[in-house]
Design a protein around this ligand. Sequence first.
Ligand code: UP5
Ligand code: MG
Length: 211
Amino acid sequence: MWKRFLRPFSGYINKMLPEVVFVLGAPGAGKGTQCSFISKEFGFVHLSAGDLLREERQRPGSEYGEMIEEKIRNGEIVPVEVTCSLIHKAMQKSGKTRFLIDGFPRNKDNLDGWERVMSDKTKLLFVLFFECCRDLCTERCLGRGAAGSGRSDDNLDSLQKRFNTYLNATMPIIEHYERKGLVHRVKAESAPDVVFEDVKKLFNKLDRIDN
Ligand code: UP5
Ligand code: MG
């Protein structure tokens, strides 16, 4: 009865929910680079789960600092309670309504945790999946490390672990969303501006808003 009464408003209610695009791809595929372009051109707020974890690791008094550092160096995935709460807080703090969530969800624990806490509070628009071969990704991350990124995981040992985690834990999540018809694949081996041409085509289809 109530459901029938509310049905005419469901589109309106959906519109009020913050909108989310998950951005996935191998380490070094260019997620962060493309997110900053999208953010500038389309007004989405860019939230990198990895950056939020690195910030939390640096926060004086954080009870999770050591655990986060160990996970990151070993290419393992931080428990979803920590990551999801950082994402949620950052969304609330921004006061905005459209978000790129970069590098999340990357395993089943992440997916389940997001569904439990956030899926009713947000609307998932789609999943942007950057495809880039392992050699190129490795070369990019090692190049960034050599240029002084300061990231404790931009080394060959960590990269091998990051790739194993990506293949074993993250690919099944991308396949999960693919079965739901939510994945947009973008080839990410060309120069950043060339990759962005394809990305733009996807975002141009969405309504522009002043986020
Ligand atoms: N570059 C980018 N695009 C290029 C292009 N088209 N051509 C040539 N060069 C290009 O780019 C990487 C480098 O390549 C840069 O030097 C860039 O200039 C160049 P970037 O845009 O940073 O790629 P990105 O895909 O973002 O690579 P990143 O290393 O950030 O990916 P990861 O997914 O490995 O890292 P993230 O920060 O997301 O996660 C790190 C760790 O945090 C994880 O391994 C995990 O331990 C932990 N984590 C969690 O536990 N949970 C989470 O939810 C998220 C992270
Ligand atoms: Mg990144």
